[in-house]
Design a protein around this ligand. Structure first.
Ligand SMILES: O=P(O)(O)OC[C@H]1O[C@H](OP(=O)(O)O)[C@H](O)[C@@H]1O
Length: 307
């Protein structure tokens, strides 16, 4: 349980972050927990797995990759403890392998849509979006990137560091400069924390302003998302919860203490409606947002089994 608590804490504090990374970390820790779980009966085994699953899921509410990873990893059908244990270990390993492969496939497929000479704008720090950008560059395309700072956690700095490592010409801008620079952009590529059944995107706060500015300037808006970022529960009418993080991330508490009439809000994500999205690059190919329902049904359809 100690390892589970440590991983959960790292996810909560964002030491482990990025929707895909969170999912992989959860799968790894469930696998290790199942491997060492002492259970005299299948009921005890089930209770342990359920407790750990719920605990991990509670760390961050928005990235659907987390509950999807937990669900895919912790499945078993046997009523024998040793066999159930093997099933969980195997399912978690399969998920991890699939997640790694997905990033490579998204990179390859998405890079096909990047043209030589493209200026690409990206937001926050998405491993999936970066996979497309770096693959296109390694394919020999002469591209450059405009990366937003992504307040308040400034994950844009991680992005520019990574792009710099590849030698990709990159410009760092503050979030409020997005519309000012959109005229210079050919396409926007962002990641996803969740995609709803109606094709709406949930991603880092500010993503919808990139989409709006891209729409206004008639620039293409591309989302890079593994199939495990699609949200099955949205089919059942359960909305995606937007994480509200500590106000300390926005303003120093000592400053706020002197301002009794001021409140601070810190939503970590926003919604981008599907009409602003040109395509979603997934590990099973490029799809229009209207196909989100099919992806959920064919790749993650357990909610239907449970009804
Ligand atoms: O899975 P990958 O593509 O890496 O990232 C997907 C998204 O996860 C991040 O969330 P946070 O920084 O963990 O809050 C960003 O919103 C990013 O676009």
């Amino acid at each position: 349980m100690k390892e589970v608590q440590e991983t959960a804490e790292k996810i909560r504090t964002m030491e482990i972050r990025g929707a895909g990374r969170i999912a992989k970390a959860a799968a790894e820790v469930i696998r290790d927990y199942a491997a060492g779980l002492e259970a005299a009966s299948i009921e005890e085994f089930a209770a342990g797995i359920t407790e750990v699953s719920n605990y991990l899921i509670s760390t961050r509410p928005t990235a659907v990759s987390l509950p999807n990873a937990v669900k895919l990893s912790s499945r078993y059908s046997s009523d024998n403890v040793e066999n159930a244990r093997k099933e969980v270990i195997n399912n978690a390993n399969l998920f991890i392998e699939r997640a790694d492969k997905a990033l490579g496939r998204i990179g390859k497929i998405g890079a096909g849509r990047v043209q030589d000479g493209d200026v690409i704008m990206t937001h926050c720090n998405s491993h999936a979006a970066l996979s497309i950008i770096t693959t296109a560059f390694e394919d020999g395309k002469n591209i450059s990137v405009i990366a937003t700072e992504s307040r308040p956690r400034r994950q844009g700095l991680l992005t520019v560091r990574r792009l710099n490592g590849f030698g990709i010409p990159t410009t760092l801008i503050v979030d409020s400069a997005v519309r000012y620079y959109m005229k210079d952009v050919d396409k926007v590529i962002v990641g996803a924390d969740a995609i709803a059944a109606n094709g709406a995107l949930v991603n880092k706060i500010g993503t919808s302003q990139l989409a709006l500015a891209a729409h206004e300037a008639r620039k293409s808006f591309m989302v890079a998302a593994e199939t495990f970022k699609f949200s099955p529960s949205t089919i059942l009418g359960i909305p995606i919860e937007i994480e509200e993080r500590s106000t300390d991330e926005v303003v120093d508490p000592s400053v706020l203490a002197e301002l009794p009439h001021v409140q601070v809000k810190n939503p970590a994500f926003d919604f981008t409606p599907s009409e602003y999205i040109d395509m979603i690059v997934t590990d099973i190919g490029i799809i229009p947002p209207a196909m989100a329902y099919i992806v959920i049904k064919e790749h993650l359809g357990w909610e239907f089994e449970e009804i």
